[in-house]
Design a binder for this molecule. Structure first.
Ligand code: HEC
Length: 158
């Protein structure tokens, strides 16, 4: 009688182990490993696509960086990191324009008003709008103050 109970217990354990191995097992058992192999095959194409877009993005990033570096080399006077980071890549390190229009020599009020007009979509340029969409009005005010002094700063530097 005792023997039977032990045999029954062992049988249950063995079946349990078999089920467990099958679920965790290698590909030929239809377990986890086979799903991995399936995944690799089905994701192959998307992976290749990702690599393609990534390198395109890298190229764009490099171009922007080159533009920024170029802009960063020609300042005759000191500008804030904030200006460098947010505006200089398009308006030039001295505000005299590049992709963006020249903003050098404009009054703080003019710059502030114009930027808000892009933000509020009264002015419709999409490049400029997205460039300032996430900059607070407070920061724009500070930047406008700073940019309006570029002319003075340049005169003092020369
Ligand atoms: C991604 C490029 C880009 C960035 C970054 C950018 N701008 Fe511009 N900005 C432009 C372009 C392009 C125009 C011209 C749009 C048009 O034709 O209306 C412009 C126009 C302007 C004008 C209007 C000029 C005028 O006299 O009509 C002001 C002012 C201005 N930007 C300020 C800023 C400030 C301040 C920042 C930083 C907070 C900034 N921009 C960041 C591209 C940019």
């Amino acid at each position: 009688m005792k023997k039977n109970i032990i045999i029954a217990t062992i049988t249950v354990l063995v079946f349990g182990l078999m089920a467990y191995t099958a679920s965790q097992g290698r590909a030929f058992q239809g377990g986890e490993a086979s799903r991995v192999i399936e995944d690799v095959t089905s994701k192959k194409n998307t992976t290749v696509q990702n690599i393609d877009t990534k390198s395109e993005q890298d190229i764009e990033a490099e171009k922007l960086k080159a533009l920024k570096d170029k802009a960063g080399n020609i300042a005759a006077f000191k500008v804030s990191d904030n200006y460098k980071r947010r505006c200089a890549s398009c308006h030039g390190i001295d505000g005299k324009g590049a992709v963006g229009l020249p903003i050098f020599g404009q009054s703080a009020e003019d710059i502030y008003t114009k930027v808000l007009e892009y933000k509020s979509k009264k002015r419709t340029n999409p490049i400029m709008r997205s460039a300032v969409a996430h900059i607070s009005e407070e920061t724009i005010k500070e930047l406008a103050q700073e940019i309006s002094k570029f002319k003075e700063a340049e005169a003092a530097a020369n």
